[in-house]
Design a protein around this ligand. Sequence first.
Ligand SMILES: *Cc1c(COP(=O)(O)O)cnc(C)c1O
Length: 370
Amino acid sequence: MTLNLLPMATQDLQFQVTRNENAKTPEEREAILENPGFGQFFTDHMVDICWSERGGWHRPRVQPYGPIQLDPAAAVLHYAQEIFEGLKAYRHADGSIWTFRPDANAARMQRSAKRLAMPELPTEYFLDSLKQLIAVDGDWVPTQDETSLYLRPFMFAKEAFLGVRPAKKVNYYLIASPAGAYFTGGVAPVSIWLSTHYTRAGHGGMGQAKTGGNYAASLVAQQEAYENGCAQVLFLDAQRGEFLEELGGMNVVLVTRDKRLITPDSDSILEGITLDSVLQLGRDRGYTVEQRPVSITEWRDGAASGEIVEAFACGTAAVITPISEIKAESFGIRMPEVEDRVSLSLRDELTGIQYGRVEDRHGWLHRLDA
Ligand SMILES: *Cc1c(COP(=O)(O)O)cnc(C)c1O
């Protein structure tokens, strides 16, 4: 007798595929892909993998996109045991479909899972789920410039139980949504609201996890940003209200005249994959990267003296967005008008790699349709 000593996590997952009988027709799909916006339309299928304390990961399925049935006592609805990821599928000129550093998303989802006392989805399953969905919904990856299919993996506590403890039943899902070009007519610098009343995460909290709770904490500050004519909100550290953290869903970087890229180091910000990639491209160009605490005073003084020449936000959705000004209740920081922004040149290089126009010298691309 041979014993199978492999742990559950390395066994092959056999996906059961159920085709959507009511899938959009090619004409309907094309009409959506002409102007998809962001997060409004979804492809015909989704992936669903169950986890239970007893059975581990099991029953991987590709099924028609549609509502999820939940018991009203499902733990996620009460205690927010939920995590997610976000990455994109890009169509290259030859028609092939690729994604960008998905192993980094898989690893981050595992770290988020640990923080929220949830089971870790093995990297192979994560990557396999992307391929499985693209195998049935690959036609949903748009072809126009700067468009993509946004992939949203997520996981939550499904167990119906009102006691407070880690759930014994969890489900992983993957859905996908076509995304239009984030900026139409050129990348426009944005005004950012500096929140001095609210923080999104604190030391020892969940700031490093990609979890809905951090977004819930950011919404009222985001509302304040809109009311003050700003596109996004920037948070400061919870302890002293002095050091930069990040925006609601993007990391922040300052650029100095003497070719340094400065970005906050803190245990309460999300480790962005776009940030990590941009810093690498910066190093490749001879920039020095400084990951350390950065105070709002340093930014203010540096902008005034001409030492800090650019500031930008970065994340998967918008890639890189230059920051034109910071508005706060009692002061503001105006960034200079710059002719040749390194932020935009880094943006071009990064999107060039993602869309297969620029050599992928770091091996960041991962093919999904083969
Ligand atoms: C997802 C996210 C980012 C950006 O991460 P990327 O991997 O670059 O998309 C930054 N901050 C927060 C809070 C996020 O949730």
